[in-house]
Design a protein around this ligand. Structure first.
Ligand SMILES: Cc1ncc(COP(=O)(O)O)c(C=O)c1O
Ligand SMILES: N[C@@H](CCOP(=O)(O)O)C(=O)O
Length: 465
């Protein structure tokens, strides 16, 4: 399997190279040259598999050149060994043909664990084999950071630097990152927003001359293809539990950087019968505006009660555009230049029409989201986190029919976001046992101005030899 860049001029890479490269040298994102296909009977044969068996079956075609079957099985076993639920991704029914897929049973309580505990094991394996040391640099709006730190902290060959927007993540999210005191783990609170953090990470990948000779950056954001790949698995898992391949399923996905829902789009492309894919956004609604009215223009980023989705420029949208524009890299360069320099992009008529057949969308503001948390708790005693509340309500409003099951991805545990829960007039969800003393733990992080030089100097001076 080869991987190609969405901007058409970077070299194509193998799986191992793509995992270590992150951003393509032409500024694009890597995608597989062809998408593996599963037939109706292949998917039938997946019924009854454990999460780990399914992960092996779904990911194998993407990695077959790089990992033996036993190696892949071993990495999967270790990655999911720290999850707190035997089912790994349990489904909970909240209404008629309406389900929540709990993706927060991993060690850091968000869906990011599915890909990042696996990526941590994968990087450790590859780097030990190559006897190579790397620098991980990532941007987080709150959840990627802690999952990446948890995944990488035990890797001797990694120094990890995570940028989060200063005072723009919840206190639980910050402490999950900053109380990890291993000497290869570094947290930077950037005086800016998530887009500033992500821009700085992407610019640093484009010019890595600030690193000492022999070191390279590796991405833990969904820039890294392995992140998306691992997230495809739970779409298969949920759909199989609800009757696939005989029965189609809809998914509603709280969306920010467009990685999670893009994994659902790929699952559909691989043969999984998915009917609707619903993009659920908060007030930072560029994706909803794009799908509903072809308005993909940047606006000021609003600080919301669902902070993990406070993202304006959704990195993975570029991967979708690449497909919409028949994989023509030059078209993507034009669109991305317009977004960067002109503040927005307009999709062609045919491409917008295609996007509308693939995705529905819905937007909720804070007040609407808080009401959903309150109403759902009153009716079912199920406590939603703010991101999941947006996904659930968007699914209810945007689904076309009630005979097809609708699965809302529960992307985080409510204990991470007490502010929204309190606004709904409810008592905080307790932190799970392994985090019970989070507020007593010592923190370490560095506040830095939104200045590339300052960040890169900080990284350079904190690398272990
Ligand atoms: C809790 C939570 N929900 C939803 C999202 C959106 O996911 P994506 O960025 O893959 O669209 C994120 C992060 O981006 C998140 O942390
Ligand atoms: N919500 C994310 C933002 C980064 O997204 P990623 O999927 O590209 O890592 C976060 O919690 O950091």
């Amino acid at each position: 399997m080869k991987y190609i860049s969405t901007r058409g001029s970077a070299p194509s890479l193998s799986f191992e190279e793509v995992v270590l490269t992150g951003l393509a040298s032409d500024g694009g994102l890597y995608v597989p040259e062809t998408l593996p296909q599963f037939s109706h009977s292949d998917i039938e044969a997946m019924r009854g598999m454990s999460y780990q068996e399914l992960a092996f079956t779904v990911m194998k075609p993407f990695v077959a050149d790089a990992l033996s079957d036993d190696e892949l099985k071993g990495l999967i076993a270790k990655a999911y060994s720290t999850f707190r639920h035997n089912g790994i991704a349990p489904l909970v029914q909240t209404g008629h043909n309406e389900f929540i897929l709990e993706l927060f049973q991993g060690p850091t309580l968000a869906f990011k664990d599915f890909a990042l505990q696996f990526l941590g094991q994968l990087l450790d394996h590859i780097l030990k084999k190559r006897n190579q040391k790397v620098v991980v640099m990532g941007a987080t709006s709150g959840d990627t950071g802690s999952a990446a730190i948890e995944g990488c902290r035990h890797c001797d060959n990694i120094d990890i630097f995570i940028l989060h927007p200063h005072q723009r993540v919840s206190e639980v999210q910050r402490r999950q990152m900053t109380t990890v005191l291993d000497d290869n783990v570094h947290n930077i609170a950037l005086e800016g927003n998530f887009d500033d953090c992500q821009n700085m990470v992407k610019a640093s990948f484009a010019d890595q001359s600030f690193l000492p000779d022999g070191r390279q950056l590796v991405a833990v954001n969904s820039i890294n293809w392995a992140r998306i790949m691992a997230q495809i698995v739970y779409y298969f898992y949920a759909a199989l539990s609800l009757g696939a391949p005989a029965r189609a399923v809809n998914f509603s996905v709280p969306t920010g950087n467009f990685g999670d829902i893009f994994a659902g789009y790929l699952a559909k492309g691989m043969g999984l019968p998915i009917d609707q894919l619903i993009i659920a956004t908060n007030q930072n609604d560029i994706l909803h505006r794009c799908i509903s009215e072809n308005d993909h223009s940047k606006r000021d980023l609003v600080h919301s009660l669902s902070p993990s989705m406070d993202i304006m420029v959704s990195s993975n949208f570029e991967r979708l555009l690449f497909d919409l524009y028949d994989r023509n890299g030059a078209s993507i360069v034009t669109l991305m230049d317009a977004l960067k320099n002109g503040g927005g992009m307009t999709l062609g008529e045919a491409e917008l029409a295609k996007a509308k057949t693939l995705f529905s969308s819905f937007r909720l503001d804070d007040a609407e989201m808080v009401k959903v948390i309150k109403d759902v708790f009153e009716q079912t005693e199920y406590l939603l986190d703010p991101h999941t509340a947006i996904g659930l309500e968007a699914g209810r409003r945007a689904r076309h029919d009630h005979n097809t099951p609708m699965v809302c991805l529960a992307t985080a545990h409510p204990a991470k976001f007490p502010e929204a829960i309190q606004k709904a007039g409810l008592s905080d969800a307790p932190l799970p046992h392994h985090m019970a003393d989070l507020f007593e733990r010592e923190e370490r992080y560095q506040v830095l101005s939104n200045d590339m030089d300052a960040v890169q100097k900080f990284i350079g001076s904190h690398l272990r030899t």
